[in-house]
Design a protein around this ligand. Structure first.
Ligand code: APR
Length: 231
């Protein structure tokens, strides 16, 4: 049965009130990536970085999934084949909307990681500087998010899914950050039909067979209805 692989980005959570990165006045216009999303930035000013992620963790915990998240869950529940959701997002709105087995390639705000022993645990709402690891007691707790220059998670599994995809959809991402921005080529090379659903054409729009423009809360439910109606 046909496998669907879906990549999501900050745009799918925008209508839940969570900021995107590169839209006008958004996260990367308020903070320099090198200051808050790199290991060097964390080493230089851990208080700034913990504060940046604490604010996002609290905002994400208070956000609700929107009709786009809910539509992808409906697709997972009703499509006869596998529906794999790979997200660049560190919020948990896919899971809050009922999605299963979501692959968070950039980690999650809900997770904490020990920089000394790699132990992972559920992050408290606010992490503090020098917080100790519950496993090795080193004062090296950090958010379990993947920073620039670090290897994204689940890459082998993701490439396996892309090689088996009959349909690849990219939703709410600007197509500016690799390796996610190249997933469409992997999927197309494997023979998948490719579709982008975005507020505006992404940097990679020309690589997709179909581009559907508009807010995800409108375009994704309609796309899912079309897919399920085709069965
Ligand atoms: N519906 C659909 N798409 C939207 C909406 C919406 N309501 N609002 C914004 N978008 C689109 C924008 O047009 C843009 O193309 O979502 C995209 C968001 O792009 P970015 O802000 O660059 O976010 P993203 O692509 O997820 O960034 C990828 O970069 O900084 C790193 O780790 C960070 O995971 C992030 C990665």
């Amino acid at each position: 049965m046909e496998k669907i692989v879906i990549l999501t980005g900050a745009g799918i959570s925008a209508e839940s009130g969570l900021g995107t990165f590169r839209d006008e006045g958004r996260l990367w216009s308020q903070h320099r990536i090198e200051d808050v999303a790199t290991p060097e930035g964390f080493a230089r000013d851990p208080a700034l970085v913990q504060g940046f992620y604490n604010a996002r963790r609290i905002q994400a915990a208070n956000a609700q999934p929107n009709p786009a998240h809910q539509a992808l869950t409906r697709l997972q529940r009703n499509w006869p084949g596998d529906v794999v959701i790979v997200t660049q997002n560190v919020d948990s709105l896919h899971e809050a909307g009922g999605a299963k087995n979501v692959l968070h390639m950039h980690g999650t705000l809900a997770g904490a990681l020990c920089a000394a022993c790699d132990h992972r645990w559920v992050a408290p709402p606010e992490m503090s500087v020098g917080e100790s690891c519950p496993a090795c007691a080193a004062p090296s707790a950090r958010p379990d998010v993947v920073w620039f220059g670090e290897m994204p998670y689940h890459m082998e599994t993701i490439y396996d899914h892309l090689s088996e995809a009959a349909i690849f959809a990219s939703i709410g991402t600007s197509g500016q950050v690799y390796p996610a921005a190249a997933f469409v080529h992997e999927a197309a090379n494997a023979g998948a039909r490719t579709v982008e659903l975005n507020l505006e054409p992404s940097d990679g729009a020309s690589s997709f067979e179909t581009v559907i423009l508009g807010p995800a809360s409108e375009t994704v439910p309609r796309w899912v209805d079309d897919l399920l109606g085709q069965q």
